[in-house]
Design a protein around this ligand. Structure first.
Ligand code: SF4
Length: 371
């Protein structure tokens, strides 16, 4: 069952401050040797002195993920990052990820100061769904329940009934369908179509996409699979339908990691940002992990399986947050209060309905049962 795509957005201006070329240009240099050790030692010291904790996404640099885990912070998907930041006692949060993750932390914890290594680290889904156009889309469909993906600005969340992440979208949309609700979905068209296919819900989709997942190629994936016939294919549902159709497991970053850790296969082809391989390999050291193919470096892809905005996070940026209070997130209070409702609704749902989440997760997984 296919979903109508009811609203389009103009292409972002490639000369804009947040285009992928500029993001790659701002990627910080890798630190090495004694310089890297000194920066890490200083960050560890300042995290304690400033009562701060580091929360990192699976897609950021492996050194940052290791630093978060070794200092009592957290490495997770966006749902668990939000929950951890809200519940942690630290007065200051350093969020290594992209802008909407820092904003979500601030919305949930206004009493905390939230910092990010580079405030220009954004997301193509967020960029492609500006608040004023989204308001027009909503105005056309006042009868629909508004469900937005986490990858949106605070100003878009302020217009939503529900926020979801890829970990809980299926369960929440399924529940809304049971309640007879029609849904207006934004911004990822691939995830929206996948959820619509799985639940049969009546969904109108915004026409956004993640530039990383959008570039996985089904034809190339089939060739890779032929070379690794026993490999299990894991696909994030932000990927195009033809890629999802080849998957053994379709799921969020957390679900993909779980599938590798618990799976009986020895080889896994992974269709999501390659930053996830760092944590995945740590948790499943004996499994062989293979990057799913895109158009290829030097070809047409803008990301080649790595998000340019996630790549903007560096150790020096974290140190700048702690030493100079740089990269602080501020959100106007009326917007924050408006945006809070849809996030709290999601957190309450996921806390109170683990059974529905587990059941829905079953729908993300093909061939191997629950993951
Ligand atoms: S990987 Fe895709 S969805 Fe995630 S932040 Fe980058 S552009 Fe956005």
């Amino acid at each position: 069952m296919s979903s109508p795509i009811a609203f389009d957005y103009p292409q972002q201006n490639a000369a804009g401050a947040t285009c992928t070329a500029q993001a790659w240009a701002k990627t910080p240099p890798q630190l090495h040797g004694t310089e890297k050790a000194a920066v890490i030692a200083r960050i560890k010291q300042l995290l304690v002195e400033k009562d701060a904790t580091l929360v990192a996404h699976y897609y950021v640099d492996g050194d940052i993920q290791d630093l978060a885990l070794s200092t009592g912070g957290y490495v997770a998907d966006s749902l668990e990052m939000a929950r951890f930041g809200k519940n942690h006692a630290a007065k200051n949060l350093i969020v290594a990820g992209v802008r909407f993750m820092g904003e979500t932390a601030k919305i949930l914890s206004p009493e905390k100061r939230v910092f990010m290594p580079d405030l220009d680290a954004t997301c193509s889904l967020d960029l492609g769904c500006d608040a004023s156009n989204f308001a027009k889309f909503r105005a056309l469909h006042p009868d629909r329940t508004v469900v937005v993906y986490a990858n949106t600005s605070a100003a878009v969340k302020a217009q939503a009934d529900w926020m979801v992440t890829s970990s809980c979208a299926l369960a929440i949309v399924h529940q809304l369908k049971v309640e007879g609700k029609k849904i207006l979905w934004a911004p990822d068209r691939h995830l929206g179509r996948y959820i619509q296919d799985q639940t049969g819900a009546d969904m109108l989709l915004w026409n956004g996409a993640c530039i990383v997942h959008d570039e996985f190629k089904a034809v190339e994936l089939e060739i890779l699979k032929a070379a690794h016939p026993n490999a299990m294919i894991l696909v994030h549902p932000e990927s195009p339908q033809a890629v999802v159709d080849l998957a053994d497991v379709v799921g969020s970053t957390s679900a993909m990691i779980k599938a590798v850790v618990e799976g009986s296969a020895t080889e896994y082809i992974v269709a999501t940002d390659k930053g996830i391989l760092h944590r995945m390999q740590q948790l499943a050291p004996n499994k062989k992990l293979i990057e799913a193919p895109t158009a290829g470096n030097s070809a047409t892809c803008k990301s080649c399986a790595h998000c340019p905005w996630m790549a903007m996070n560096g150790l020096q940026g974290i140190l700048d947050c702690l030493e100079n209070a740089s990269g602080e997130i501020f959100i106007e209070e009326p917007i924050r209060v408006e945006a809070l409702g849809c996030i709290e609704r999601m957190l309450d749902f996921t806390k109170n309905h683990p059974d529905l989440l587990a059941k829905a997760q079953h729908g993300f997984v093909k061939n191997i049962g629950a993951a």
